[in-house]
Design a protein around this ligand. Structure first.
Ligand code: 0A1
Ligand code: ZN
Length: 881
């Protein structure tokens, strides 16, 4: 099972374990360097399994100090121990038996942050995906569900708080300066959901009364003194609990729900049963230190982890190939939650921007894989935007194809039928097939075929016959390991907008199944005909981004502008503005490449300014409308032979043209959108701030001098405005004395708050241009930087590589060489972190030759290193294939 040696694991090799694990009793004697773990495991041989079959348990970097069978020592001849496995032979044919394993681990030396580790003097665990085997030998796979009792013994003074999953059983002092606590989790769970936390932390407490009237204690643990900054997270938790009852009918199932915020964490957060562990970035917030984006992320991630209690914990994955079963579905649920808590349209725009920026490049490059992969070398490398975000989109399409009522019925059946089980995507889809009586075979290709489908559309209108035809063709591009693809079931929401602003009915459609405003594209080529269409309609295609596709549809700027102004689906309006902007940005790139200055189409300027000034539209939407496609979006649109400097320069020209044309409107908005009164993180206020800061940014483009941003920096009374102003200053006027002063004022003010200093690192790491690398190098030597903390490394090195196209992709290749050295430096400490940051190079083949050559050499340098983790070697090898 273990991927240590890097062998490939195949889905088709799945077999249930030979032994069934009934109960787990764990005792931890915590010590920073020598923690003793005793695991008492009760097994029985599964029916039908050969009586000779040995028990094989997983381990990883373990030291075993004891092994008992029914409390007796096991003869040396009856077992083999290695640091990655334990094999025990001659076990009973039918009777249950108890294996007691004692291991010793060193939490302080655990820099991988998997298993039991230390963070700011707190003991903490992370077991997904395969971290539990770093605590004890165990059948460490998600289909082994057992009931756990956990005893924790620790020094009373340094670890007054002892937490594990489930409900608290009791505890006492031990007389030797230590104390213990016992926890019992009645819900059978896989080992990846195990958690233990011990240390000295502050707490925020509240309660929630569930729909059946049970009172649940809620606790959020943070470092002492940070309690007030957990208030928003607590509020988000209570809203999540209520929402899951109201929308999915899901009630919480223990007496207590705990969240612990830690400062060293490889990911965002972890849904351990009853004891979520969070990266503190996604818990702590107050107006002076958190931006509106931080608040929105906290709300979303608190909800995500809480929702896992049903989608992930009560019903879990049979094996890690099924990761999207819990992740895609839970992301869909947290997206719906945020849409209900905030503005649905604005949320959808943000989701689609994120999907296109992160998942589309993954799906178009060497790391492309199906939402439900069939093989992996290192499972940690499959916590990807494809599994999460595309997985969520597939769930959303399921809801679109079935409609809300049948989708809900399918979900209810899923919860009902599979509660307490470890299941597969097939089990999930079967519930929807059953309630809808639809054959879901073709739809399931979304789980199995990688690559973003390309849909090409063309239209014709016959005025005499009043007939409108829409021809659609789909193509799924080849991806690693999948050269040919079947046509998919693509649900396209459409609108036919008529001249007078009304919409034509779609009921006359022939040539495709049409339900409501959804066209079901199921063939490679399909022509849909609509009759009785009184005037030439403007087609709005893929409303709400109903399918995660690339769309090729030659539409005139006038038609796009019409959609941008008149669509009833506001998402489609944003999409139309985006579609208007992209060709301008692509053209501007070509012009910039020739060293000339680009102009901007009047149609785009007019449409953007009309949206900006339209008071009927909510400010947050207007801010999204004004945010042009990013440089990465332009690179993706161009597709090959990319020159990031030209993309940047062209985009700057377009920004400046819009800024100059819209100066009066932006100036009015900057005044109108001031938010009075005390700070509130609610969506409406955040929207006003977003629009104001967008207007400000355009004004600075128009004026081309820093004073306005400097004033905004000086007068800001919250972190959103402050960090935006600082970003404008730093990105537009990096070498201006005023910027240098503002940066040092910011550092002086927030030097004791690592999460805010991360913003300071990020702002500087993303300053465009070749000088960025020098800045990053200098910042790495700053005493506030810490190369062992994942948040610091991501804020500085990660954002440089992922979010600074001109700085990272320097034509001389220094950016890539720098990254290669960083990866090799991080890898021995924290392979997961190294592998993730390395994925920033996934689109290297789409660069122009000189840069691609440098990128290739950097990747080869990594690949040639004498000792690489499986995590990094898996990524680098796939990128070089
Ligand atoms: N299940 C978590 C993500 C997660 C995965 C691996 C981890 O290991 C460091 C941590 C967290 C989620 O979806 O939030
Ligand atoms: Zn998750």
């Amino acid at each position: 099972m273990r991927t240590d040696t890097g062998e490939i694991i195949h889905l088709e090799d799945y077999r249930p374990t030979d032994f069934v694990l009934e109960r787990v009793d764990l005792t931890f004697e915590l010590d920073p360097r020598e923690t003793k773990v005793e695991a008492r495991l009760i097994f029985h041989r599964r029916e039908g399994v050969s009586p000779d079959a040995p028990l094989i348990l997983d381990g990883d970097e373990l030291k075993m100090t004891g092994l008992l069978f029914d409390q007796e020592e096991i003869l040396a001849a009856n077992y083999d121990v290695a640091d990655d496995s334990l094999t025990i032979r001659n076990l009973p044919a039918t009777a249950p038996f108890e294996i007691t394993i004692t291991t010793e681990v060193n939490p302080e030396a655990n820099t991988k942050l998997m298993g039991l580790y230390r963070t700011s003097n707190v003991y903490c665990t992370q077991c997904e995906a395969e971290g539990f085997r770093r605590i004890t030998y165990f059948p460490d796979r998600p289909d082994v569900l057992a009931v756990y009792t956990v005893n924790i013994i620790a020094d009373k003074q340094t670890a007054p708080l002892l937490l594990a999953n489930g409900n608290y059983l009791g505890g006492a002092s031990m007389g030797d300066g230590r104390h213990f606590a016992a926890w019992f989790d009645p819900h059978p769970k896989p080992s990846y959901l195990f958690a233990l936390v011990a240390g000295d932390l502050g707490v925020v407490e509240d309660t929630f009364t569930t729909m059946s009237g049970r009172e649940v204690a809620l606790r959020i643990y943070v470092e002492h003194g940070k309690e007030p900054r957990a208030a928003y997270a607590m509020d988000a938790l209570k809203r999540s609990m209520k929402w899951d009852e109201e929308v999915f009918g899901r009630e919480y199932d223990l007496d207590i729900f705990m969240i612990v915020a830690v400062s060293d964490f490889n990911m965002g957060a972890m849904e351990n049963k009853g004891l979520n562990v969070f990266n503190d970035k996604y818990v702590l917030a107050d107006p002076q230190t958190a931006t509106d984006a931080d608040y929105a992320n906290i709300e979303a991630i608190i909800a995500h982890e809480y929702f896992h209690n049903w989608t992930g914990n009560r019903i879990t994955c049979r094996d890690w190939f099924q990761l999207c079963l819990k992740e895609g579905l839970t992301v869909y649920r947290d997206h719906e939650f945020s849409a209900d808590q905030r503005s649905r349209t604005v949320k959808r725009v943000a989701e689609v921007r994120h999907l296109k920026a992160e998942q589309f490049p993954e799906d178009a490059g060497p790391l492309a894989h199906p939402v439900r992969p069939t093989k992996y070398r290192e499972i940690n490398n499959f916590y990807t935007t494809t599994v999460y975000e595309k997985g969520s989109e597939v769930t959303r399409m399921l809801a679109t194809v079935l409609g809300p009522d049948l989708f809900k019925k399918g979900m209810d059946l899923y919860f009902d039928r599979h509660d307490g089980q470890a299941v597969t995507i097939e089990d999930f889809v079967a519930c929807f097939a059953e309630v809808s009586k639809r054959d879901m075979t073709q739809f399931s290709l979304w789980y199995h075929q990688a690559g973003t489908p390309l849909v090409t559309a063309s239209t014709a209108y016959d005025a005499a016959k009043q007939v409108f035809t829409l021809s659609l063709e789909q193509m799924v591009p080849p991806t690693p390991g999948q050269s040919t693809k079947e046509p998919m079931h693509i649900p396209l929401r459409v609108g036919l907008l008529l001249e007078d602003g009304s919409e034509a009915a779609l009921s006359s459609a022939t040539g495709a199944e049409v339900t409501g405003d959804v066209i079901h594209l199921v063939e490679r080529k399909q022509t849909v005909t609509f009759t009785g269409i009184v005037s030439r309609p403007v087609l709005s295609l893929n409303r709400g981004f109903s399918a995660p596709i690339n769309l090729h549809f030659e539409q005139t700027p006038a038609d796009r502008a019409h959609i941008a102004r008149h669509e009833s689906d506001l998402f489609a309006r944003w999409q139309a503005l985006n579609d208007l902007a992209l060709p301008n940005l692509v053209a501007a790139t070509a012009i910039a490449r020739e060293g000339a200055k680009a102009e901007c189409d009047r149609a785009l300027i007019d449409a953007l300014l009309a949206a900006a000034a339209d008071a009927r539209l909510e400010p947050a939407f207007r801010a999204q409308a004004l945010a042009l496609p990013s440089e990465a979006d332009v690179a993706r649109e161009i597709g090959s032979n990319n020159n990031p400097d030209a993309i940047h320069a062209g985009r700057q020209d377009i920004m400046t043209a819009i800024a100059k044309a819209g100066r009066d409107i932006f100036s009015t908005l900057a005044d109108e959108m001031v938010v009075d009164g005390p700070f509130s993180p609610d969506a409406a206020s955040a929207g006003r701030r977003a629009l104001r800061n967008t207007a400000l940014s355009y004004l600075v483009y128009a004026e081309n001098q820093p004073d306005r941003a400097l004033d905004a920096f000086k007068s800001a009374n919250n972190m959103t405005d402050l960090s935006q102003a600082l970003t404008i200053l730093a990105h537009r006027f990096p070498d201006d004395r005023k910027t240098v002063e503002a940066l040092s004022a910011f550092k002086a003010r927030f030097g004791d708050n690592a999460l805010v200093i991360d913003k300071w690192f990020t702002i500087q790491a993303t300053i465009p241009g070749a000088d960025a690398l020098g800045r990053v190098r200098t910042l790495m030597a700053d005493p506030l930087f810490n190369s062992t903390n994942p948040n610091r490394v991501r804020a500085l090195v990660g954002t440089f590589a992922f979010s600074n196209p001109t700085g990272f992709n320097r034509a001389d290749g220094e950016g890539y060489r720098f990254l290669a050295r960083q990866i090799l430096d991080i890898d021995p400490r924290n392979p997961q972190l190294a592998a993730r940051i390395l994925t920033s190079m996934r689109s290297w083949r789409s660069l122009e030759d000189v840069r691609a050559e440098h990128a290739l050499n950097a990747l080869r340098e990594i690949a040639a290193a004498p000792k690489l983790s499986v995590d990094v070697s898996d990524i680098v090898e796939r990128m070089l294939k």
